[in-house]
Ligand binder design. Sequence first.
Ligand SMILES: CC(C)(COP(=O)(O)OP(=O)(O)OC[C@H]1O[C@@H](n2cnc3c(N)ncnc32)[C@H](O)[C@@H]1OP(=O)(O)O)[C@@H](O)C(=O)NCCC(=O)NCCS
Length: 171
Amino acid sequence: MDCTIRPCKLDDAESMAELLNNKKIMDNLRDGLPYPYTADDAREYINFILNSDKNSTFAFAIVYEEKVVGCVGVFRQDNVYYRTAEMGYYVGEKYWNMGIATCAIRKVCKNVFDNTNIIRIYAEPFARNIASCRVLEKAGFTCEGTLRSSIVKNGIIEDSKIYAIIKEIKI
Ligand SMILES: CC(C)(COP(=O)(O)OP(=O)(O)OC[C@H]1O[C@@H](n2cnc3c(N)ncnc32)[C@H](O)[C@@H]1OP(=O)(O)O)[C@@H](O)C(=O)NCCC(=O)NCCS
């Protein structure tokens, strides 16, 4: 299985909406995304990304067999965390368990480490999200701990986990 990554563009809106308009995906993401999720919602998000600081916000479409099948976003943090970035991602349900997220996350991390001064990328999957935790492990992230009762999703208090990968710095 091979995938490619490329920056998101406005033309991706229809595909993104089709992938994201899925409760099983929404239930594993932070709140704030409308549901149902429409192409207009996707266009608004992509426009926001395209107008964001190019050194701080990175959004990649995941392409598999010439189709957009998911998305990975990397967001630089600020203050003393300015060389740290948070990562979020999803893959459309019909493409799950084919290794696509693992492939894309590996490529995104390499791209960000090669092209920016970011040295740490982290993700905070909900603890029940076994697939996401597994993807991060396969992509070389280390689990740094459980954030107990850190989130409330759909009215339920839950744990999340923190995973990170550090750029190897040669001196
Ligand atoms: C998490 C997500 C991105 C994974 O994408 P994917 O392309 O299916 O991931 P991969 O195929 O690379 O890897 C999935 C791994 O999880 C495993 N897995 C999936 N469901 C599992 C389960 N219920 N129990 C145990 N392992 C599971 C798969 O077997 C695979 O591991 P393996 O290669 O060792 O067999 C996708 O499920 C998704 O978009 N979920 C909804 C949104 C989301 O959770 N985003 C992340 C928020 S932190």
